[in-house]
Ligand binder design. Structure first.
Ligand SMILES: Cc1ncc(COP(=O)(O)O)c(C=O)c1O
Length: 399
């Protein structure tokens, strides 16, 4: 009745550009090793559960306790029947954890970025955005209707030039950036950004998705590590990565939080997180704060992996700024081929990341704190084996 041929054409086009993605189905708990529905047992380097908390018994018990007391669903949006005591206690705890006046919990990092950015920016405003910002930031900006100025990744000189040439032209100005670029494994230059935002009166919004649990005292994030909370008072953090669960928060001055409750459409028009999720995140934030030894192990694993891979002369490894280890390739085909060989011949799950998520095709390895030394050694050995067949031209890749 309906003609869906255009869908096949679109899929074929993606396939021909090497951009068609396939899902892999996991049939075990998501730890350092996982078993897939294909029967393969693979060493997992694609997970964002940096502290390995996803299967922690205290968190499983927290889920059970919350579900037993409150049931499995929240029954409505936060503004209707969906605000439980658990939500408000969690928000108070997050505000303390983040040394902020207020906090608001969202169902996901995607929902938080879209909701926060689209509520605070208006079509009369300008917004500066790093070209490698997460898709949810980009979507929030689009929805806001603000005039968007995308600067080259981490190019603060370009940012300043844009800010200078826009002075006086817009109602207000904002800057949105990831603090850790999750797919590129590097850090935003927050100290330099702060100088520009202060000089040109630009309101910054920082997404700490990959920094929460990994950087700073008690894992409070990269802004906290730099002790720059006062310069970056509006921050978003996800509970889906190092925190090990799901959901997300925005921390901000109290009036900003109050406005978000009344304006952020992803908060207002969507059922709130279920008691199981909220009760688990509540406990997980506590564990993250107590997890210095897990953070130490995470960084040890990442350093060992980075050092081992750096010795393989045919690989172009990015300098290590975060525990996310990046190997650049000259072409999407080469990144795909290496990832496929790692998976099929060595049983290592290391995803290829392609433009537009990044500028240069790469393989992203995310060691977690529950990987053993043997796991890391095994990955290094596998790369030695596969790199033998690479062209030395791979050395030209990277940014
Ligand atoms: C920087 C950044 N922000 C936001 C998100 C979205 O978070 P969530 O997966 O909790 O929706 C991600 C997820 O990959 C991310 O990397």
């Amino acid at each position: 009745m309906y003609d869906f041929h255009y869908i096949d054409e679109e899929l074929n086009k993606l396939q021909s550009l090497n951009l068609k993605r396939e899902l892999k189905t996991i049939i075990t708990a998501n730890g350092p090793w996982v078993e897939l529905s294909s029967g393969q047992r693979v060493l997992q380097f694609a997970s964002n559960s940096y502290l390995g908390l996803t299967n922690h018994p205290d968190l499983i018990n927290a889920t059970k306790a919350a579900v037993t007391k409150y049931g499995v669903g929240s029954t409505g949006s936060r503004l209707l029947s969906g605000t439980l005591e658990l939500h408000t206690v969690l928000e108070d705890n997050i505000a303390l954890f983040q040394k902020s006046e207020g906090a608001l919990f969202f169902t996901s990092g995607y929902a938080a970025n879209v909701g926060v950015v689209s509520s605070l920016l208006s079509p009369q405003d300008a917004v500066y955005s790093d070209e490698l910002n997460h898709a949810s930031i980009i979507d929030g900006i689009r929805l806001s209707g603000a005039h968007k100025f995308v600067y080259n990744h981490n190019d603060i000189g370009e940012l300043e030039k844009l800010a200078q040439s826009n002075e006086g032209k817009y109602n207000r100005s904002f800057l949105v950036t990831d603090s850790v670029f999750g797919m590129n494994g590097d850090l935003a230059k927050l100290s330099e950004i702060a100088k520009v935002t202060e000089k040109y009166k630009i309101i910054p919004i920082v997404d700490e998705a990959h920094a929460i649990g990994v950087f700073g005292a008690q894992g409070a994030g990269y802004v906290s590590e730099l002790k720059m909370e006062h310069m970056f008072p509006i921050r978003i953090g996800t509970c889906s990565k190092a925190v090990g669960v799901e959901g997300s928060f925005c921390v901000a001055p109290k009036n900003v939080i109050e406005l978000l409750k009344n304006k952020a459409r992803t908060f207002m028009f969507s059922t709130s997180s279920s008691p199981g999720v909220v009760g688990t995140v509540l406990k997980a934030i506590e564990l993250v704060a107590e997890s210095d030894w897990r953070r130490e192990k995470l960084w040890q694993n990442a350093k060992k992996l980075h050092e081992g891979l750096s010795e393989i002369y045919k690989l172009k490894i990015a300098p290590m700024q975060t525990p996310i280890i990046i190997i650049f390739f000259n072409s999407i085909e080469e990144a795909l081929k290496v990832s496929k060989r790692l998976f099929e011949e060595c049983h290592i799950w290391a995803p290829p990341i392609r433009p537009p998520s990044v500028k240069t095709p790469l393989i992203r390895l995310s060691p977690i704190s529950t990987h053993s030394e043997e796991d890391i050694d095994y990955v290094i050995k596998a790369f030695h084996y596969i790199a033998k067949d690479l062209q030395p031209s791979s050395l030209n890749a990277g940014v």
